[in-house]
Design a protein around this ligand. Structure first.
Ligand code: GLU
Length: 440
């Protein structure tokens, strides 16, 4: 190579050749409206006809074939948007064209599922490609389980699970070993974006950011430090998250405030209530010297609003860290963020679009501890990890992913989670600036 010649383009060295055919359109940052493209009732007939053609093209049109086709498109058997369709067709035998009619307000979703018009058009292929990435990531054996909260040290280092939910509510879960996919874990810092979202909804952006900054701190997640204005740096580190907890209905008893948080988790998880890991809560409360120090430090500096009680804020913060979930629920939570605050499965707007924009912005810049800049550069997706090994990744307008793998790297992120993230954006053009490259 001559001295002044440009070096050859570099691809990521550790990776297999990227699979370049995207299952989803690059840069298609759309979100679904609160009701799945629900059209005027008259359109139900056209949807039924289109669905019939798609069903007949697959083979003998039977009720069972219809129900199976919906599941093959990633819409699970308990999807509340298809209750009437399942009821009408699960037991039906052979169908005939003349009398084929889908329940009016479900027809659009059924048509989309059968004609490949959902976010993951070819769902089996999409699932297969994600499964490959998952298996690549399972080869990572670096990292250590967090031990500074004694109960967390008991986690099985080998556990590895992934959940995926698209903005159209197509879902699947993967586990490395039997039981991994259903394993329940506490969210730890993955609660921070949700508490931030709730504080924004309840107190408004102006009040929240009068008390908490929005810059990366450049220091450890539990560092005793404030920004130049004497506020915690951002809601994704401990100090900022304790203060954010203080802004969630400070006048109410802690139990009621915790209920509000859990209600948001349940809504975003399509109605599946989160659990609570009492053992982690007890263990962490006993070893929370640093978080107490942070809270006292902030109180000394007048960070809390006058109506907030520091001890209650800390208690709420610690309770939220012990919220228990699984990858299925967590993926739905991530997909709710990917879908502009509307849970894809229930179609309920839980968080305003403005709040989601704020949450994703800070997840992108501050969500991965001291690795946030590197993650934003290489992966380019908003994400939040926690010391339990939980990781939530948001592909805006596309899908949400949840990872659980408790082996953590030096910066406190799940090693397998980071490896999966890298491979995800090599396989799919979802890096926030990937469309620029695609347009070259
Ligand atoms: N509950 C943990 C703490 O306060 C959260 C740490 C984390 O996941 O970042 O230290």
């Amino acid at each position: 190579m001559e001295d002044d010649a440009l070096p050859p383009p570099v691809t990521h060295l550790s990776s297999p050749k990227p699979d370049t055919a995207p299952a989803l359109a690059p840069g298609a940052f759309r979100t679904r409206p609160a009701q799945f493209e629900r059209a005027a009732p008259a359109a139900g007939e056209a949807d039924s006809k289109a669905a019939w053609r798609a069903l007949a093209a697959r083979g003998e049109p039977t009720g069972q074939a219809l129900v199976e086709a919906l599941e093959a498109a990633g819409l699970s058997a308990d999807d509340p948007r298809l209750t009437a369709t399942r009821k009408a067709f699960a037991e039906a035998g052979a169908l005939d064209e003349a009398s084929f009619a889908l329940p009016g307000d479900e027809a659009c979703l059924v048509r989309a599922a059968l004609t490949g018009a959902l976010a993951a058009g070819d769902f089996p292929a999409f699932r297969g490609r994600i499964t490959n990435l998952f298996h690549y990531a399972s080869g990572v054996s670096a990292g250590k389980v967090a031990a500074y909260i004694p109960q967390l040290a008991k986690a099985d280092p080998e556990a590895f699970a992934l959940g995926c939910c698209t903005i159209d509510g197509q879902r699947f879960e993967l586990g490395l070993r039997e039981g991994d996919a259903a394993h329940r874990f506490c969210v730890q810092s993955v609660m921070k974006p949700m508490n931030y979202a709730l504080a924004l909804e309840l107190a408004g952006e102006t009040v929240v950011h009068a008390h908490v900054g929005r810059e990366p701190s450049g220091q450890g997640f539990n560092e005793i430090t404030l920004n130049q204005k004497g506020r915690p740096h951002n809601p994704m580190i401990n100090a900022g998250a304790i203060l954010t907890a203080a802004l969630i209905r400070p006048g109410l008893p802690v139990d009621k405030r915790f209920d509000l948080v859990c209600r948001l988790w349940r809504g975003a998880a399509a109605g599946d209530a989160p659990g609570f890991d009492a053992a982690v809560y007890a263990s962490e409360t006993k070893h929370a010297d640093r978080n107490h120090a942070l809270a006292y430090f902030m109180r000394e500096h007048g960070c809390f609003p006058p109506e907030a009680d520091m001890h209650e804020a800390l208690e709420l913060y610690l309770r939220c860290c012990a919220i228990e979930t699984d990858v299925r629920r967590l993926a739905s939570v991530a997909a709710t963020l990917a879908n502009g605050g509307v849970c894809p499965v229930t179609e309920r707007q839980l968080v305003s679009r403005e709040s989601v924009k704020a949450v994703l912005s800070l997840m992108l810049s501050c969500g991965m501890y001291d690795f946030s800049g590197e993650y934003a550069f290489t992966v380019g997706l908003p994400a939040k990890s926690g010391v339990s090994g939980a990781l939530m990744i948001v592909a805006p307008g596309v899908a949400g992913f949840a990872i659980y793998s408790p082996r953590l790297g030096a910066q406190g992120n799940s090693e397998r989670g980071v490896e999966f993230s890298r491979r995800l954006v090599q396989a799919f053009p979802w890096h926030v600036y990937a469309p620029i490259v695609a347009g070259a």
